[in-house]
Design a protein around this ligand. Structure first.
Ligand code: 13P
Ligand code: SF4
Length: 319
């Protein structure tokens, strides 16, 4: 669908892909993209990955500009790791319900209620919340990081489904978990999934740990987006039922075009509730514009950046 550009914005060129690649060189930029981005954005990116892969890629950037196609906390993490580089996003409004559902002032009170606890925070959080944390984790290293702090009291935030899964995986039933959820993953219906599995008895079910427990209980594998993609490609099963955003289908089908991929059913089939509305704000047009205009730019105060950097670096050291 043609997009309405902000008033006064010069028209974008017809061959957007070519124009973006030219601009990327002119700007000495790198394009980092999450798996939930549109296929055409994934195809243009220098690196496509999950949150951990993208944080690592951001740590290694040697270009002047990072065009981050993902949500705000991901681009902000890239900026925290690259204070001297310009970080732009196609759409600054691309947020995340987990980050928004954990305001720093409320989180500070939660942390204060658990004195002496090690604060392990999911990367889906604001820089202010990261600054209150001891170590950051992603869905691909959360269990390992919690296990690393064996014997210590732990605060885990902000996703309660990930927190519960991690507590099971690490044999810890004493985590103090912030009660946040992802508006996308909590839409998957355990009841409808059970019915779907009956219709596809040979299918393997792959789920993201942000799904609720009754969905995860039916999964053959619980993993990050990278883990889901890898298993879907390598699995002997031809049909895969996938309980995460269907942006991951693109990479799976690139590598294993014969696979039959079915997105796990939602509670309301009349809406596309299992597409991340934030991730999908980014478009090729907006990617072109952010490289052309070097805005919207992701910035944060230096003192906050320094405080948020420490727990991110700790995660990268432990991963
Ligand atoms: P991954 O790190 O597994 O890609 O997850 C990011 C995310 O936001 C999932 O909703
Ligand atoms: Fe946040 Fe959920 Fe979107 Fe991931 S899918 S970016 S957790 S709202």
């Amino acid at each position: 669908m043609a997009e309405t550009l902000p008033p006064g914005t010069a028209a974008v060129p017809e061959n957007l892909e070519e124009a973006i690649l030219e601009l990327k060189e002119e700007r000495n930029a790198v394009i980092l993209a999450h798996y939930y981005q549109e296929d055409d954005i994934q195809d243009l990116a220098d690196v496509v990955g999950d949150s951990l892969v993208l944080a690592r890629a951001a740590q290694q950037v040697d270009r002047d500009v990072i065009a981050f196609c993902g949500v705000h906390f991901m681009a902000e993490t890239a900026k925290i790791l690259n204070p001297e580089r310009t970080v732009v996003m196609p759409d600054l409004e691309a947020g995340c319900s987990l980050a928004e559902g954990c305001p720093a002032d409320e989180f500070a009170k939660f942390v204060a209620e658990h004195p002496g606890a090690t604060v392990i925070t999911y990367i889906n959080s604001s820089a202010e919340v990261k600054a209150l944390s001891d170590v950051i984790c992603t869905s691909s290293n959360a269990a390992r990081i919690v296990k690393h702090f064996e014997g210590e009291p732990i605060v885990f935030a902000p996703d309660r489904h990930l927190g519960r899964w991690v507590s099971k995986e690490s044999g810890r039933d004493d985590l103090a978990i912030w009660p946040g959820t992802c508006i996308v993953h909590e839409q998957f219906s355990a009841k409808e999934l059970a019915k779907l599995k009956m219709r596809h008895p040979d299918a393997e079910v792959l789920a993201h740990p942000e799904c609720e427990e009754a969905v995860l209980d039916q999964a053959d594998l619980i993993a990050s987006t990278s883990g889901i993609i890898q298993r879907a490609v390598e699995s002997p099963a031809k049909t895969l039922i996938i309980a995460t955003e269907d942006g991951v289908f693109h990479q799976i089908l690139e590598k294993a075009p014969d696979k039959e991929l079915i997105q796990a059913p939602g509670m309301d089939e009349s809406c596309a509730c299992n597409r991340c509305p934030y991730m999908r704000l980014n478009t090729l047009e907006k990617l072109y514009l952010c490289l052309r205009d070097l805005k919207p730019e992701v910035t944060l105060p230096e003192d906050l950046r320094v405080k948020a950097l420490r727990p991110i670096q700790r995660m990268l050291e432990l991963s």
